[in-house]
Design a protein around this ligand. Structure first.
Ligand code: HEM
Length: 546
């Protein structure tokens, strides 16, 4: 195990103080500072030569794995990774390089990274040896302030315990009762958009309304997780300037400074980075205060209600309180996790789907026909929907699945080998970073066939029966990685799919949609979730008669 730079700094500081005190002849100009600097520089150079040159090029057991051609001697593929959106380089490598399920690439200063490129490799890491691979600890230290230190960041037995206590809230028998809430919020979003249309309409020629659809999606999904997950309506659809919405808006857009801080995190301790006086750090601090305060008041209100003997609710918060397994501080952390993990992801899915439907007007029209033909009108508030109404629409579900395949909201995620282990019999040293890229796997031609990179909802419909199929035609479940698999897969998958289908059905049934800037090239904004860079401007044209 190679000592970290901070360990080297600690060691050399102690050594130089001792040398100056007891062996002054060996110190540099009798100065402990100069001795420290000289010793630290020497050890830092030795460490760098070992980790950046000798280990990856000569000694590493991973050195013979296939890797992308043409990396820099010292920086490997880091320049390519930096240039393209998260997950994009891996998408090419998984298909273009011959491999047996594992690929290696070299990151900054040749730090080795292993891409899992086959269903077998993914199964081993996500299921068979799940707890041998942890989330890299620096993730918790950096985004933990926004994500909360809850089930998403817990490890080992602690993760098992938390997941078990939270699981009842996500069982389908409970999620199915939430469809009416999802539908009601979808209706509210649609009428808010229609209201905007009427307000902005200045003449009869002004037939459509241009909106940044990603912002609307985020506010709708934040309100949904509030009502359905915590029994609280944040009202961000009605009030876009709401404190919580703004807090998330700021932190989910890291900008250049955020990305630089993230890279510096590889070398410098997080406590130091947090103290750098840049706006990004202020934004995170303020967002953390707002989000924590909101979650604490939710926990306190819910506890009071339950103590007064109110009927037990079955939202995530009530289930977590009733399990008895969480202190108030734990509960605040869990709520922070669900708020963050549970709204930005689904909003990203909505945004990409609207883009795809604008780019494919025939698919949009076919979906609208199914929705308007089979679901009750949104304008009739007395007519609710059930889970069966939504789940029995084959084309709606096909479009949702295909969009989640095509643009997975989390394009890439990381693990780290907790100790020396193997994947597909390949020795993997402790500390190796493992990359799982839903984007690369979901669009791999090796796994999905030659049309893997086309948006084709029909792959999710059985051509003979016309019914939905659950595989999209892929041979393995592990070819669809959007929610991962195994004990650490997305706990909110059923929740997400249901709210996504309801929102999409309501929007597509109510508006014709086209891109406001059809010639603009869509760049992808990197981050934990992927979004179109600069937002997505869409022209909405309300269509009556439903
Ligand atoms: C389309 C929407 C969504 C997508 C694509 C998605 C995707 C994911 C992915 C890929 C992970 C695994 C991350 C990792 O381990 O590296 C994950 C975990 C998680 N997701 Fe989701 N998610 C979505 C919606 C939701 C919703 C709505 C909720 C809550 C209501 C939620 C709660 C969670 C939680 C708590 C975890 C951590 C699970 C664990 O570690 O045991 N997600 N999600």
């Amino acid at each position: 195990m190679v000592p970290s730079f901070s360990a080297i700094a600690g060691f050399t500081l102690t050594a130089s103080l001792l040398i100056s005190q007891y062996y002054p002849n060996y110190s540099i100009r009798a100065s402990s500072i100069l001795t420290f600097l000289a010793l630290f520089s020497l050890l830092a150079v030795v460490r760098t030569v070992w980790t950046a040159v000798l280990w990856p090029h000569v000694f590493s057991p991973l050195k013979n794995l296939p890797e992308p051609k043409g990396g820099s001697f010292l920086m490997g593929q880091f320049p390519v990774i930096l240039k393209y959106p998260t997950g994009e380089p891996a998408r090419g490598w998984v298909d273009d390089i011959d491999h047996n399920g594992l690929l290696r690439y070299r990151y900054i200063f040749n730090a080795e990274r292993l891409i899992l490129a086959s269903p077998e490799a993914l199964r081993e890491v996500l299921v068979t040896k799940n707890y041998q691979f942890i989330k890299p600890p620096q993730i918790g230290k950096s985004i933990g302030r926004i994500l909360g230190v809850g089930v998403l960041l817990a490890e080992g037995d602690e993760h098992k315990r938390q997941r078990k206590n939270l699981s009842p809230a996500f069982a389908f028998r409970h999620i199915k009762d939430l469809y009416p809430i999802f539908w009601a919020k979808a209706r509210e979003a649609t009428s808010a958009l229609t209201g905007e249309f009427h307000r902005s309409r200045t003449s009869d020629t002004n037939q459509s309304l241009t909106v940044e659809i990603g912002g609307w999606a985020s506010r709708a999904t934040l309100d949904i997780i509030g009502v359905a997950g915590m029994g609280k309506d944040f009202n961000s659809l009605q009030n876009p300037r709401n404190e919580l919405t703004q807090a998330y808006q700021r932190v989910f857009d890291p900008g250049k400074v955020g990305r630089i801080l993230q890279l510096l995190g590889i070398f410098l301790p997080i406590w130091f980075l947090r103290r750098i006086p840049v706006q990004r750090n202020t934004d995170i601090r303020e967002a953390n205060t707002t989000i924590k305060r909101t979650c604490l008041s939710l926990v306190q209100d819910k506890r009071k209600r339950l103590e007064k003997g109110a009927r037990t609710d079955y939202d995530i918060l009530s289930v977590a309180i009733e399990s008895g397994g969480f202190s108030d501080e734990d509960l605040v952390n869990q709520l922070m996790t669900f708020l963050a993990a549970g709204h930005e992801t689904t909003a990203s899915a909505m945004t990409w789907t609207i883009l795809l439907l604008c780019q494919n007007p025939a698919i949009q029209a076919r979906l609208r026909e199914e929705v308007r033909g089979r679901l009750p009108s949104l304008s009739d508030a007395s007519k609710g929907i059930t889970s069966t109404d939504i789940d029995s629409l084959p084309y709606l579900n096909a479009v949702c699945n295909e969009s989640l395949r095509f643009y997975p909201p989390v394009p890439s995620t990381l693990r780290q080998a907790a100790h020396d282990t193997t994947i597909l019999d390949q020795p993997v040293p402790r500390g190796t970073t493992i990359i799982m890229s839903p984007w690369a796997i979901n669009q791999s031609k090796k796994l999905w066939g030659p049309d893997a990179r086309s948006f084709n909802p029909d792959r999710w419909i059985d051509s003979t029966t016309g019914h939905a199929n659950n595989t999209g035609g892929a041979d393995s479940n592990f070819s669809f990685l959007t929610f991962l698999h195994g004990p650490r897969s997305c706990i909110g998958q059923a929740f997400a799919k249901a709210e996504f289908a309801c929102l999409l059905a309501a929007w597509v049934g109510s508006f014709e949609m086209e891109l406001a800037e059809p010639d603009r090239e869509i760049d992808i904004k990197s981050g934990i979730t992927a979004r179109p860079k600069g937002g997505l401007l869409v022209k909405l044209k309300p269509i009556g008669g439903w």
